[in-house]
Write a protein of this length. Sequence first.
Length: 327
Amino acid sequence: MQDEIDDDFDECPPLLNEMAWDLVQQALNIVDELRIEPVDNETGACVLDFGIEAEGSLGAGLALAEICMAGMANISIHPGEVAGVGWPQLFVQTDSPLEACLLSQYAGWKVSAGKYFAMGSGPMRAAYAHETIFKECDYREEASAVVGVLETSQLPTKAVIQDIARKCNVEPEMVALLVAPTASQAGNMQVVARSVETTLHKLHTLGFDLSRIESGCGLAPIPPVAKDDLAGIGRTNDAILYGGRVTLWVTGEDDDLVSLGPKVPSSSSAAYGKPFLKVFEEAGRDFYKIDSHLFSPAEVVIHNVETGRVHVFGKVNHTVLRESFGF
């Protein structure tokens, strides 16, 4: 697996941060339309409030998710239903799933300084490259500017911005940070846009060769914006765990798909079957005490483009979604 992933990235140019930086500049031109706000700070960094004091919008949620994936995915809202009720679904489509999801979108950076804490995602992770996935892919960007998404209800401090700049080897004024709490319209959507990413992460932990994944698409219901971040964490997780539906196009043989497939959807976990907030509380609000097999979409469909076979695992659970969403 390692050699094949390495080979895939030998000729891959370091464009994730560059592409995301261009999208940030576009967002800056339509801040009123998106209902987001630039935030002055003494470091010169570009800090955009997507939902702390700013109102945000559906457009802001789409923009935030797209930037988080470095522009390597198409994200849109489609009609659908939850438990027989008409319900908008967030649809994600990418032909660069590894780059868009695990090398950019995955929230693998615990950003902290003093009392400040946020989960960091976006292509700035590829400039820091401290996570194992970057070593496995032999991928690190020598970026001139970096872009990150912070999931938090607090704006980044001077110390946070300077620390990110130092770790990414850029000047603070070449850092762009987009900030939104989970309990906001944009923050809510950028989390739910992780349906494909959670599938890739689960497959990676199961030892699947990620270089075999050619394309991916996924959708999940957009949950009601929660009254606070804790409730938001519950609803956004449930949207994927119980309502996420992902399709992957892969190459290679079918044997390991048959053996690994049943372990991929969230129903493979012993913790499956109750709203995530209940699971979280039972674990003492410690993510690391929750069975990791739970963090997957409800349904995963895998198309083998070489053998023509289709593999289907898991299914949507409308009962839990209805309880979680409160209707």
